[in-house]
Design a protein around this ligand. Sequence first.
Ligand SMILES: C[S@@+](CC[C@H](N)C(=O)[O-])C[C@H]1O[C@@H](n2cnc3c(N)ncnc32)[C@H](O)[C@@H]1O
Length: 218
Amino acid sequence: MIKSLKIDEKLEKYISDHSSDLHPVQKEIINFNEKLGDIKKMQISITQAYFFQFFIKVNNIKNILEVGTFTGYSALSMGLAMPKDGNITCLDINKETSDTAANFFKKADLDKKIKIILGPATVTLKKLHDKKKTFDMIFIDADKENYKNYYNLSIDLVKTNGFILIDNVLWKGDVANPYKNDQLTNLIREFNSFIKKDDRIEKTILPLGDGITICRKV
Ligand SMILES: C[S@@+](CC[C@H](N)C(=O)[O-])C[C@H]1O[C@@H](n2cnc3c(N)ncnc32)[C@H](O)[C@@H]1O
C-alpha cells in the first residue's frame, strides 16, 4: 500500500500550478491572508478549494450554506464553481472579516450570489430552520466547540441526498496521537465518533487540508 503524501506548501503550490488557474480574486485573498500572520491558517487550503469546486460541479449543487467564512476564500471559491442561478448563504460572527469577505465577493462580481448573515451561527441556523430553508450542501468551518450543534442543526437544513462537509476533522493529525489529550483534540475526537455512529448519513473522511468529513444525508 502506498504511504499517503504529506502535502507541504511546496507541493500545494505544485498542485495549484498544475490545476485550473486560480481566479485573480482568489489570489488576492490568499495574499491578503498571508499578511494576517498566524490566523491565515483559518483559510481552507488551495487543494480543498479545488476539491470543493469539482464536487459542486459534478453534483450540480445550487445552494450552499457556509458556517464560518473568515475573509471569504472558501465561499468565493465555491461561488466561482456554481451556476448562474446558484447562491451561497454565509454565516459568521466577525463583522470585520465579513466586511473584508463581502468586498472580495463584490470584486469578483459574486455579491449577488453570496450573502453573509452576521451573528452567532447557532442562532442563525435555528432561524433558517424556522423559515423552512433547505440547502444542497452545508460546509461547517467555524468554532469547534459548536461543531456538534452545527451538525445537528444542519441535518434538518440539508436536503435528502444533500451533503454536509466538515473541516479540520483530523486536527493536524492529533486525533490519532494518543499523547495529545487537550480539550480541542478531544472535542474533535468526540465529534468524529458521534458522526461515525450517526445512521442518518453516509460518510467518509478525506485527508485534504486538515481533514474533511463528507456526509450524504440518506
Ligand atoms: C476557520 S475560519 C473560516 C475559514 C473560511 N471557511 C475560509 O476558508 O477562509 C472560522 C470562522 O468562524 C467564525 N466563527 C467563530 N465562532 C463563530 C460563531 N459562534 N458563529 C459564527 N461564526 C463563528 C470566525 O469568525 C471565523 O471567521
